[in-house]
Design a binder for this molecule. Structure first.
Ligand code: ATP
Ligand code: MG
Length: 359
């Protein structure tokens, strides 16, 4: 268990910044997901925490001890890299034992710890296999076991399951969550998958251009995005640019109260906050198509100006192409210059509305 403190860390390569002035406190035993588009600095940040990259500014502290200039092997961190690199000329046992041998532990202890680590990731009795004889998912588990066997205080996972199919990924991430909680390891988990972050994290950090865009618990990130970028990045969101005049949005289909000075805003609402009502032609919108997901339907509608929006409806709704509809927004946000300037309802009410109250 350890507490991680990142203080104003930056990393530049030549003239461009990969990470800029990044600060974060991670509590003992907490699991934090780093989420952000490709190139937003996630791997660079993780590599600096693990000691594989030197910051150009700022400090990294583990349990209040400054580790900024320590090499990886002197840090209480374990890292699973984005492209996992197992040694193909060694069997599974020796891949996992490698770090322990470097530390010159007694043979019997090495054997016990490797066997424990293998059992932990569900690969007991696989020690003698060559890594080339393992499936992709099993190789990922060996990479995980290789980090866990060193008993790191802080575990750094860089998209460890990116190459796996969805089912395996879901299973492995549940296992990681399980192991992480049982051992109480402070963990930073980089992922591209917002579902993964929402399912795993105690807190989510959304990164953009090397900096923090928002840090919050998953439900808060989903229900109270503080920027337009986060609103669009996490979950599905409809965006409608429009003008506000006299505290009302001046859009042909959406005249909504927006308590902000006159000027441009972007209205945003989730598919589950958009209901459809039958209308007569000429209508504010027409149905483009409806996709049945079993638990719900997702209906694409086109506004008169061509803007396409998504509405989530009940599984027994029956909207078909060409139908005239009136879209009704039940909960919405308004952004100006990327910043949240208006939110229609408190998050708790929005939560209740997610059951299909008005389909
Ligand atoms: N060694 C390097 N030399 C120069 N530029 C680098 C180096 N490593 C990373 N970068 C740049 O820093 C930025 C951040 O890269 P990083 O690998 O941290 O992104 P990422 O968020 O992990 O992306 P991805 O999701 O694609 O893995 C990118 O613009 C990248 O090109
Ligand atoms: Mg990366």
């Amino acid at each position: 268990m350890a507490r991680l403190t990142i203080q104003g860390v930056s990393k530049s390569f030549g003239a461009s910044f990969a990470v800029r002035d990044f600060s974060l406190d991670v509590e003992d035993g907490e699991l934090v997901c780093l989420l952000g588009p490709s190139g937003s600095g996630k791997s660079t940040l993780l590599r600096m925490i693990g000691g594989f990259e030197k910051p150009t500014g700022g400090a990294i502290l583990i349990d209040a001890k400054d580790v900024t200039s320590l090499p990886p092997e002197k840090r209480p961190t374990g890292m699973v890299f984005q492209s996992h690199a197992l040694w193909t000329h060694m069997d599974v046992f020796n891949n996992i034992a490698f770090g322990l041998k470097l530390r010159r532990l007694p043979r019997q202890e090495i054997r016990e710890r490797v066997e424990n680590a293998l059992a932990l990731v569900g690969l007991a009795n696989h020690g003698k296999r060559m890594t080339t004889q393992l499936s992709g998912g099993q190789q990922q588990r060996v990479a995980l076991a290789r980090s866990l066997v060193l008993e790191p205080k802080i575990l750094l996972l860089d998209e460890p399951f990116a190459s796996l199919d969805q089912h395996l990924r879901e299973r492995l991430r549940e296992e990681v969550r399980d192991i992480q909680q049982r051992l109480g390891i402070t963990t930073l988990f980089v992922t591209h998958g917002q579902d993964e972050a929402l399912a795993l994290a105690d807190r989510i950090v959304v990164m953009r251009d090397g900096a923090t865009e928002q840090v919050a618990a998953p439900d808060q990130i989903y229900r109270e995005p503080t920027t337009e970028f986060v609103a669009g990045f996490i979950g599905s969101m409809n965006f409608v640019p429009t003008d506000v005049s006299g505290k009302i949005s001046q859009h042909a289909a959406f005249a909504l109260p927006v308590s902000v000075a006159d000027g441009k805003v972007v209205l945003a609402f989730r598919p589950e906050a958009l209901s459809l009502r039958p209308a007569q032609h000429p209508a504010p919108a027409t149905v483009h198509r409806s996709i049945d997901f079993g638990t719900h339907k997702l209906v694409d509608i086109d506004l008169a100006d061509g803007t396409r929006l998504k509405a989530m409806t009940s599984p027994d709704s029956n909207w078909t192409k060409g139908m005239a509809v009136e879209p009704i927004v039940r909960a919405y946000y308004a952004f100006r210059d990327n910043q949240l300037v208006h939110q229609s309802v408190p998050s708790s009410e929005m939560n209740d509305n997610r059951v299909f109250a008005h389909v």
